[in-house]
Design a protein around this ligand. Structure first.
Ligand SMILES: Nc1ncnc2c1ncn2[C@@H]1O[C@H](COP(=O)(O)OP(=O)(O)O)[C@@H](O)[C@H]1O
Ligand SMILES: [Mg+2]
Length: 242
């Protein structure tokens, strides 16, 4: 663990805040945001490296401490044009209102703080941890409900067709992460994307083991007209998830 104020004095670690290239000015800007957000310390992988949880094409995600609690710190990459996390924080906040996503804990300039989601990405969990079939079905059902709530709220995540990157299975259930591409839409495609993912070749064995059924185009089309509870339940029943 390294206190945020000590980070300013350790140049090697400080420069790791600026990815992919070490820019002192950008690192300083990130530290200012961390201080403003009340991030007391960062977690280390080893004495020379900050703990990196993940990397996307827009951000790196580190582990920090805020009010004594371990949190996820999403930090804009230097090579991503949009440095502000304002819009993403706003979309995550909207998702939080319907019980979706990691909890937003704060945001400032290029940093967004949220609850740490500890678990295994969905594809790996389904294919390699041999979950009991009732647990696998329960997890898929829970994600479909979350997608349905997003659809009804008019929030389109936009990156769920490859759900493996953006759904993490935790002890407490699946969590949809990364609202960086999310936006409002009158025709959100969360559940549609998830169904495409479940129908993919990669998950053929899982579908067979769980006895999942195929969704008819007609049922999906009807669902996308009104996103009604009845049409949603018709989808679940065709998928054989109920
Ligand atoms: N709240 C979180 N808790 C734990 N890990 C996270 C969290 N948010 C993101 N990650 C990890 O960091 C990676 C990149 O984050 P992501 O939000 O997808 O960034 P990007 O917007 O750049 O795609 C994810 O694939 C995941 O492994
Ligand atoms: Mg991402």
């Amino acid at each position: 663990m390294l206190k945020t104020e000590e980070l300013r004095r350790d140049h090697r670690l400080l420069l790791q805040l600026s990815y992919p290239s070490p820019d002192p000015d950008y690192s300083a800007r990130v530290v200012r945001a961390l201080e403003e957000l009340g991030v007391e310390a960062l977690e280390l992988e080893n004495p020379e490296r900050l703990r990196l949880l993940g990397k996307g094409f827009r951000n790196i995600v580190l582990v920090g401490f805020k009010a004594g609690v371990r949190v996820a710190l999403k930090i804009r990459r230097l090579d991503y044009a949009v440095k502000s996390t304002f819009r993403e924080a706003y979309m995550l906040e909207q998702a939080n209102r319907i019980g979706v996503g990691p909890t937003l804990l704060g945001h400032s300039d290029p940093v967004l703080v949220m609850s740490l989601v500890e678990g295994i990405d969905l594809t790996k969990w389904l294919l390699h941890t041999n979950p009991p079939s009732h647990a696998a079905r329960q997890t898929l059902l829970e994600i479909t409900y979350q997608c349905h709530r997003l659809d009804r709220a008019g929030i389109d995540h936009r990156e769920l067709s490859d759900a493996s990157k953006h759904v993490i299975v935790t002890q407490g259930g699946p969590v949809i992460i990364d609202f960086g591409s999310a936006g409002f839409s009158s025709r959100p495609k969360n559940l549609t994307s998830l169904i495409n993912y479940i129908s993919s070749k990669e998950l053929e064995r899982v579908r067979r083991d769980l006895g999942l059924g195929e969704v008819g185009r007609q049922t999906l089309r009807r669902y996308k007209e009104k996103y009604s509870k009845e049409d949603f339940e018709a989808l679940l029943s065709e998928m054989n998830l109920l």
